[in-house]
Design a protein around this ligand. Structure first.
Ligand SMILES: Nc1nc2c(c(=O)[nH]1)N[C@H]1C(S)=C(S)[C@@H](COP(=O)(O)OP(=O)(O)OC[C@H]3O[C@@H](n4cnc5c(=O)[nH]c(N)nc54)[C@H](O)[C@@H]3O)O[C@H]1N2
Ligand SMILES: Nc1nc2c(c(=O)[nH]1)N[C@H]1C(S)=C(S)[C@@H](COP(=O)(O)OP(=O)(O)OC[C@H]3O[C@@H](n4cnc5c(=O)[nH]c(N)nc54)[C@H](O)[C@@H]3O)O[C@H]1N2
Ligand SMILES: [Mo]
Length: 706
């Protein structure tokens, strides 16, 4: 039954002549924090975006980026009308067209392709907005009805996600607020201060109460330098470290035998595996002092001995390498060994997204496929996919791409290939965007989308356990429309008559969780906390097939893979190439959100220009000093950046902070010019941080003769 409170998509409650009002919203961005926002609107204009003090996870605090959200929404370069390409592909030359003309032509092009093979049409989207409604609801219905290729959305989290699913049963774990009560916090592969700021507040509280903080990260990040210990291992060696940690727990008998015997599967096998990893072996692989590994194990083991809660905040940094899935799996095994799950402040958290009861079928309507089973394109290898010709294994050549909520030309690996693919004159590309991004430059049609201030949505989080509602604060700017509305209208132009294409955004918002989350609470408060136990696995009950923490996974074995976690070396292991003797990682710059905000001047001014952090020894060996322009290169390509000789870089590893818009960097390229399209051991994910390079001083520009 429909509820009586209406959330009609009109924003009539914000009258142009009214007093300032505050509208409750949700941060849209791909970030674990999913903040509750308060937007102040005056005379129909959003003048300020603040953190909602009533939402405990947000605590009234926003990051630097989102506190500038009005600067982004009212940016003078916002796309405000549909555009049609007039120049050669990639040159970004467009002329305005009407919505009707654009949608009529797009529908005609898509129909012509669908008539011979709908799988030649491919959606490309990720988490530009994390909103359940503005991502895969109406769009999902549209592509299901069309019979377009499926997209395997692997670009961020599938390796770790799969590692956790095979071990704990899903993207499940500790409730984030209980980190505040932990006595040992291991921040593993994450720069929380940059990318998970609200978690860091809980860490501060724990620290004040005597907790020890350990950071495991090749880079001395803002977070690493504020922890008591920093273990600067080589990228892609985390599983070796975790196995050595297990080795020490076993040899010192810092083990919760009762928990292990009742709630785990495959202990004997894991024990044998771990005993092959004495700390000395791991120290060599990770290139860290052996004492550091022993101390880490002692700290973790003592939490068992003293019955104190030990918590691990794993994030996605460690899984962007070949063995990323195994590494996440190895870490997921650790809490069970010491019975950390018995405490609500103990265990591990990678992502909480698996705890949300999202009704995907209600949003995307798989019945519209009518029994068809389209092929799947992996978004992480879009470069190769676009360049692939018809083949029995691959299927039909891609003839049309519809891009929304993503900027693949900047963010997908091996951009040389991605650009070559997008530049195909025979490819029909439609991009829904706020701005003329690197990807938008390659569009045949560029359609203006609304921002979070202008549309409805419902948000799950991956770093806490609250659902949020986003109300529009202002009317859509210019001719911009929500993604849902664009797909609704395109469906009409295609002649799709199923009633689900008329569902409005209110209906879609309500469909996200059905009756599993109280929608009135979302309407009245802006957020609703999931009802979950404090210590979910204190008594086992893992959502795995066996109900146990699966050290050994029969499912993996059935796929022909190793049933136990192991160290899987990188594709490009440091020390194996004379030509490319440095490992490069490319974690995000703090003031950007992937490639979003790079065009917001006040934030770009803080970041300055693309930077490569280098250790003093690596810089000196190449005659490089801070501020010098260097060329970073490998067999896939090169890009130029400013070198920064930095204590944040460890020897042998350079940090190319991301993700710049290509056209705003030097030479029109960015770090992904160098990354490869190899995939992770589990989850078919990208390996951005598994990348060997060489660095040299860039040739000085020729003096210009005037
Ligand atoms: N400010 C800001 N916040 C963001 C984002 C952003 O772009 N900017 N991106 C958002 C997105 S999409 C995501 S997925 C999350 C990501 O969230 P996180 O996974 O927490 O990402 P980072 O903060 O980059 O932390 C990754 C850290 O892993 C380190 N690292 C690299 N390789 C390895 C390795 O092999 N092992 C270990 N142990 N560490 C390694 C990097 O140096 C980096 O400090 O953050 C989100 N939040
Ligand atoms: N080298 C390197 N590459 C990486 C990473 C790395 O660490 N290093 N990180 C990877 C990770 S973790 C991720 S998640 C991906 C992220 O890659 P993407 O998901 O592509 O994220 P963004 O670059 O932020 O691009 C999102 C785009 O969506 C648009 N957008 C936002 N809201 C809406 C909306 O409502 N409607 C429409 N139509 N558009 C909207 C924004 O304007 C923006 O241009 O990048 C990956 N690439
Ligand atoms: Mo991500």
């Amino acid at each position: 039954m429909r509820n009586t409170i209406s959330i009609s998509p009109s924003v009539s409650f914000v009258k142009a002549d009214s007093q300032p009002v505050q509208v409750r919203g949700a941060c849209l961005h791909d970030c674990p924090d999913t903040c509750s926002l308060l937007t102040t609107v005056e005379n129909g204009v959003a003048i300020k975006v603040q953190g909602n003090p009533e939402h405990p996870q947000t605590g009234g605090v926003l990051c630097n980026k989102v506190s500038r959200y009005t600067e982004r929404s009212y940016h003078p370069e916002r796309l405000l009308q549909p555009l049609k390409r007039v120049g050669p592909k990639g040159t970004g030359q467009f002329e305005p067209v009407s919505w009707d003309a654009a949608l009529t032509d797009i529908a005609a092009r898509l129909k012509a392709i669908a008539a011979h093979n709908p799988e030649a049409i491919v959606p490309y989207s990720y988490a530009g907005t994390m909103g359940q409604v503005q991502s895969e609801s109406m769009a999902g219905r549209f592509f299901n009805r069309l019979g377009a290729s499926f997209l395997d959305r692997t670009i961020c989290a599938t390796a770790g996600g799969e590692g956790f699913t095979q071990t704990l049963g899903g993207k499940v774990g500790m409730r984030v607020e209980f980190f505040a009560e932990s006595k040992l916090i291991i921040i593993w592969g994450s720069n929380s201060i940059g990318s998970n700021l609200h978690f860091w507040r809980y860490v501060q509280q724990a620290k004040r109460d005597g907790a020890k903080l350990i950071c495991i990260d090749p880079r001395k990040s803002e977070t690493a330098e504020k922890c008591h210990e920093h273990i600067a291992l080589l990228p892609g060696t985390d599983a070796a470290l975790a196995l050595a940690l297990m080795h020490e727990l076993i040899t010192h008998d810092w083990l919760d035998h009762d928990y292990i015997s009742r709630h785990t599967l495959g202990w004997q096998a894991l024990k044998e595996r771990a005993l092959q990893w004495p700390p000395e072996r791991a120290a060599e692989v990770c290139r860290v002092p052996v004492e550091q590994i022993k101390n880490l194990a002692r700290d973790y083991g003592q939490c068992f001995v003293n019955q104190q809660p030990a918590a691990i905040r794993l994030n996605y940094g460690m899984q962007r390498v070949r063995g990323g899935g195994n590494a996440a799996r190895a870490v997921a095994c650790l809490p069970a060994l010491i019975g950390a799950w018995r405490h609500r402040a103990g265990g591990v958290l990678l992502s909480s997204s698996g705890l949300f009861p999202v009704d995907k079928a209600a949003l995307q309507r798989p019945e519209l496929l009518a029994g068809r089973q389209p092929r799947t394109i992996n978004m992480s290898t879009i470069g190769n996919a676009l360049l692939e010709d018809t083949s029995p294994q691959f299927g039909p050549k891609i003839e049309a791409l519809m891009v929304y909520n993503s900027n693949p030309v900047a963010v997908a690996p091996e951009s040389g290939k991605v650009v070559q693919g997008f530049a195909r004159e025979d490819l029909f590309t439609v991009v829904l965007e706020h701005f003329k991004t690197d990807t938008a430059d390659y569009a045949d049609y560029l359609l203006p989308a609304t921002t979070q201030l202008e549309h409805w949505d419902v948000h799950s989080a991956y770093g806490h356990t609250d659902a949020l509602l986003n109300r529009p604060a202002i009317a859509p700017l210019g001719q911009a429309k929500p993604n849902t509305q664009i797909f609704r209208e395109l469906a009409a132009h295609m002649g799709f008559t199923e009633p689900c294409f008329s569902d409005d955004d209110e209906t879609l918002c309500r469909a996200v969780y059905g009756d599993k989350v109280d929608f009135n609470e979302l309407l009245n408060k802006g957020f609703a906390t999931l009802k979950l136990p404090d210590a979910p696995f204190a008594e086992g009950h893992f959502p795995t097939p066996s109900g146990l923490c699966e050290f050994f996974s029969e499912r993996l074995q059935a796929m022909g893979l190793d049933g136990l976690p192991d160290h899987v070396p990188n594709y490009e292991t440091l020390g194996t190439s004379d030509q490319f003797p440095l490992a490069m990682i490319s974690p995000p710059a703090r003031n950007f959100l992937n490639s979003s905000f790079v065009n917001v001047k006040s934030l770009r001014d803080i970041e300055g220009e693309p930077v490569l952090e280098m250790h003093a020894d690596d810089a000196a060996a190449r005659g490089i000093t801070s501020g010098a322009v260097v060329t970073v290169f490998n067999q896939r390509g090169e890009y130029r950046v400013k070198a920064e000789v930095s204590r944040r870089a460890r020897p042998g590893v350079v940090n190319g902070l991301g993700i710049w818009w290509r056209k705003l960097g030097l030479d029109g390229t960015n770090v992904n010019q160098l990354t490869s399209q190899h995939l992770t051991d589990l989850g078919r994910g990208p390996v951005f941080y598994d990348c060997l390079v060489q660095v040299r001083l860039a040739a000085q520009a020729e003096p210009q003769t005037v």
